[in-house]
Design a protein around this ligand. Structure first.
Ligand SMILES: [Zn+2]
Length: 124
């Protein structure tokens, strides 16, 4: 499995996360599954509440939209998914991004829904 994301979409996530910092940013990712690639081509914003450091949101608020393939959220520093993250991942698709300061293109890691790191491929 690998997560393939358009550079403009990644930049949008990084910019939004930087604006929210030090609050946690969260969004869903829209795209498609192609073979072993999770292709992300849009950001899907949903209403959510954040708490300390966990992804807390109402799964029933997620748009019923077959294009949701994963999620993205921010951490205050580079760190792997937390236990609440790993618990939430399977509810929101197959590929999950965690971004962190300084929010440049090297400030993102991709994980599968079990929390294992997967390659992140940035395309134009
Ligand atoms: Zn997290």
């Amino acid at each position: 499995m690998k997560l393939v994301i358009r550079s403009g979409v990644l930049d949008g996530i990084l910019q939004a996360a930087a604006r929210h910092y030090p609050r946690e940013f969260f969004c869903l990712l829209g795209g498609s599954l192609e073979g072993d690639s999770i292709r992300v081509d849009e950001i899907v914003y949903i209403p959510f509440q954040n708490s300390e450091h966990s992804v807390v949101f109402d799964p029933y608020s997620i748009p019923v939209n077959g294009r949701v393939v994963g999620s993205a959220h921010s951490h205050p520093f580079p760190s792997p998914p937390s236990l609440p993250d790993v618990a939430a991942f399977p509810r929101t698709g197959w590929g999950h991004l965690i971004v962190f300061p300084p929010f440049d293109r090297c400030s993102a890691r991709a994980y599968d829904s079990s929390g294992r790191e997967i390659p992140l491929v940035i395309i134009d």
